[in-house]
Design a protein around this ligand. Structure first.
Ligand SMILES: Nc1ncnc2c1ncn2[C@@H]1O[C@H](COP(=O)(O)OP(=O)(O)OP(=O)(O)O)[C@@H](O)[C@H]1O
Length: 452
């Protein structure tokens, strides 16, 4: 009996009692074990898998990759026959040697279907809402502000407009990635041609493929007569923004890579090659590089997309810009309601110290609400939402020291503050920055106080 067989035998009782599916391959990639839950999820008998090479029975499985690299894959969403599963794939080691790979996967088909339906419905509602209120009309109004960070962003955006390379825009939700993409398009030779946006996170996987590439008549049940053009065709000559690309299914990522490389598409259910001329801008609030590292995003696609990369910093890191956004918003809203509204001193002070987890979108909502609440033409504290006015005053509670019986010495306080800064910012240079001391001073104090 091999070592792997012994491990399986020892653990078989546990494996069989799990609700999650399990498959195990040996060092050659041959499936040597599947549990009962695997049969339930895949609807295939054990005999269908056992003794076969994993490539022949589950071609999309990440198991061979793990066998090759020895690196585990965690929380990977894949498709196993008709099921959507979320898997952890881990090497089985004998000392340093990889003797097999185990994949443990959970069936999320129903949850995914419901979630997809819900997200799709939400997107439809949002799109209809936007159309109804014509929020699109001013979407290209771009406020730059005066922060150095935003000036840099604009410098790169203008450069990106002058060339036709792919562009990747990173930044937290609501920082203005779509607005910036639109700006790049409007300042590029493609202006005057379509600028289309596809949100890769809110359209279900199988629908997204046909939305992007289009489909031929009869491609699937419910396919429209005469087929349907996809975004790539509809954006001909223009720019296509693939928003939330970090959420794109890995199988679809390969297809996007092919479009970028070959500049052609094949519709779902078709076989005709259609040339496409579209500039791709991708946007994401996720850190694509770490998605690449964890195997959730294709490295080759990442490098194709980030020919030019622009990172939009969150609003809390460039508070000097807040006033410019507010002025712009008040101007627009004032026009809409037909009267001037100004920002009062007290409200501005509060707005300048708030952290805006939702960035400019959140600031917009706060201002819109304040304009509605306002009665005298000057926005004051009472017109702002409670969660903004009742935020913890800066620099107080988070670092407050909680000594009860013992009153601390200055050294203890100093050591405590340093520990908290290091703990919060995880970076010595950032901690030194916020403490307003040099890095050398920080190192010296850490040594004195024996802080590791
Ligand atoms: N530079 C800017 N000037 C004026 N308005 C802006 C700017 N940036 C963002 N906004 C406004 O903030 C809101 C959010 O912008 P946008 O949709 O571009 O953000 P996003 O980063 O793409 O968000 P998400 O990641 O959630 O898709 C929009 O209503 C937009 O008009």
């Amino acid at each position: 009996m091999t070592k792997l067989e012994r491990i399986i035998k020892d653990k078989e009782f546990i494996f069989e009692s799990l609700h999650d599916g399990i498959s195990i391959i040996d060092h050659r990639g041959i499936v040597v074990y599947v549990n009962n839950s695997n049969t339930r999820i895949t609807r295939k008998d054990k005999s269908y898998f056992i003794g076969k090479h994993v490539q022949d029975v589950v071609p999309d499985s990440g198991m061979l990759g793990v066998l090759e690299t020895g690196k585990k894959l965690v929380d990977i969403t894949t498709h196993v026959y008709d099921a959507t599963v979320i898997s952890n794939i881990v090497p089985i080691l004998d000392g340093e040697r990889i003797i097999g790979v185990i994949s443990i996967f959970r069936d999320i088909t129903e949850i995914k279907k419901l979630n997809d339906k819900l997200e799709y419905a939400n997107t439809t509602i949002k799109q209809l809402y936007e159309k109804l209120h014509e929020v699109n009309e001013n979407k290209s109004d771009l406020v730059v502000g005066k922060s150095q960070a935003m000036k840099e962003v604009m410098k790169y955006a203008l450069k990106a407009g002058m060339v036709d390379s792919n562009l990747l825009i990173e930044g937290e939700s609501g920082t203005g990635k779509e607005v910036l993409a639109r700006f790049v398009h409007k300042n590029s030779p493609r202006k005057g041609k379509p600028f289309l946006v596809v949100n890769c996170a809110s359209i279900p996987f199988n629908l997204l493929e046909s939305e992007l590439f289009g489909y031929e008549e009869g491609a699937f049940t419910g396919a429209r007569k005469g087929g349907h053009p996809g975004f790539f065709e509809m954006a001909a000559g223009g720019t296509l923004l693939l928003d939330e690309i970090g959420d794109m299914d890995i199988a679809l990522q390969s297809k996007i890579l092919r479009v970028i490389q070959n500049k052609e598409i094949i519709k779902v259910g078709g076989n005709k090659i259609i040339p496409v001329d579209v500039r791709i801008i991708a946007a994401t609030h996720k850190d694509l590089r770490s998605l690449v590292a964890s195997g959730k995003f294709r490295e080759d696609l990442y490098y194709r997309l980030e020919v030019i990369k622009i990172y939009i910093p969150p609003l809390r890191e460039r508070k000097e810009d807040i006033i410019y956004y507010i002025d712009n918003m008040l101007g627009k809203m004032g026009k809409k309601i037909g009267r001037d509204v100004r920002m009062g001193e007290d409200a501005l002070k509060i707005l300048n110290s708030y952290d805006y987890p939702g960035n400019i979108r959140e600031l917009e909502n706060i201002i819109e609400r304040a304009v509605v609440m306002d009665e005298d033409g000057i926005i004051s504290k009472k017109d702002l939402p409670l969660y903004v006015t009742e935020q913890a005053p800066k620099g107080s509670s988070q670092l407050s020291l909680q000594y009860q019986d013992h009153f601390p010495t200055m050294e203890e306080v100093e050591a405590d503050v340093i520990r908290k800064a290091l703990d919060k910012y995880k970076s010595k240079s950032k901690a030194a920055d916020v403490l307003n001391i040099s890095r050398a001073a920080l190192y010296r104090k850490m040594k004195n106080f024996d802080i590791k």
